[in-house]
Design a binder for this molecule. Structure first.
Ligand SMILES: [Zn+2]
Length: 251
């Protein structure tokens, strides 16, 4: 049976029988992969730590008929704090669900792997969870090829010189005042929020904490990016409800 190595993050695990589990990995080499971890639920099993949700590890797998099997794993980072704090856990679950819903199995994309890793690091540090998620959403959409049009009108291609703007999730970008009618559900977008979105595309994640954003701007960012994502999603996200609950917004 051919053996191969993957550097990967565990997105999900699901119990299988008494002692095994099926894990969904997002790997640097092959994108999303599902594999069986035999015995991984037993205490002291050598696969136990590396197959917990959000663990980052090097895996050795062998392929056979059906799902591939994890033979060994070496833990690089457990992201333990993501399983300890409800808010961080909800945020990580949201990120994992987006990877699960919008990415097909076996499509390699190193950018998406490094985005996942840097997002988990920021969430584990627990700073600026909401801004981290907004930054993640925009980068994630861009890496999937759905980067919203932010520098000119998405409908007419004209400049965004003067006057108020709207944002269309369906058309995937900003609408100038002449083109608002192209999407009846287009959202109000302030100039400040537009500038912040543009900066998200150029800054490194570690600078998020110094960007700063007023509460009104944060709400706008959230609705605008949610509109973009919802247009791409096959169904509602289960994790969004959990996230809203722990943020104290209620169901
Ligand atoms: Zn226009």
């Amino acid at each position: 049976m051919p053996l191969y190595r993957l550097e990967a993050v565990v997105l999900y695990h699901r119990y299988l029988g008494e002692a095994d589990k099926i894990v969904t990995l997002y790997s640097r080499e092959k994108g999303k992969v599902r594999a069986v971890a035999r015995g991984a639920r037993r205490p002291r099993n050598r696969l136990l730590a590396g197959t917990q949700p959000y663990s980052h590890a090097d895996f050795l797998l062998f392929s056979g008929s059906g799902l591939d099997t994890i033979s060994q794993c070496e833990l690089k980072e457990s992201f333990y704090s993501l399983r300890e704090d409800l808010h961080r856990m909800a945020a990580a679950a949201y990120v994992a669900e987006l990877y699960d819903l919008l990415i097909e199995e076996g499509e390699k994309n190193e950018g998406l792997f490094f985005l996942l890793l840097s997002t988990l690091h920021l969430l584990a540090d627990g700073e600026e969870i909401e801004l981290t998620l907004r930054y993640f959403e925009l980068r994630f959409l861009s890496l999937l090829g759905y980067q919203p049009q932010l520098s000119q009108c998405v409908h007419c291609g004209g400049p965004l010189r003067e006057g108020p703007l709207r944002f269309s999730g369906q058309l995937g970008g900003v609408l100038c005042p002449d083109c608002w009618g192209q999407d009846g559900r287009a959202l109000y977008l302030s100039r400040g929020t537009l500038e912040l979105l543009k900066r998200f595309l150029t800054v490194t994640p570690r600078t998020l904490r110094v960007l700063g954003a007023a509460p009104a701007m944060r709400r706008e960012l959230e609705t605008v990016l949610k509109a973009c994502l919802e247009y791409r999603l096959p169904r509602e996200l289960k994790s969004r409800r959990f996230l809203a609950l722990v943020q104290g917004e209620g169901p």
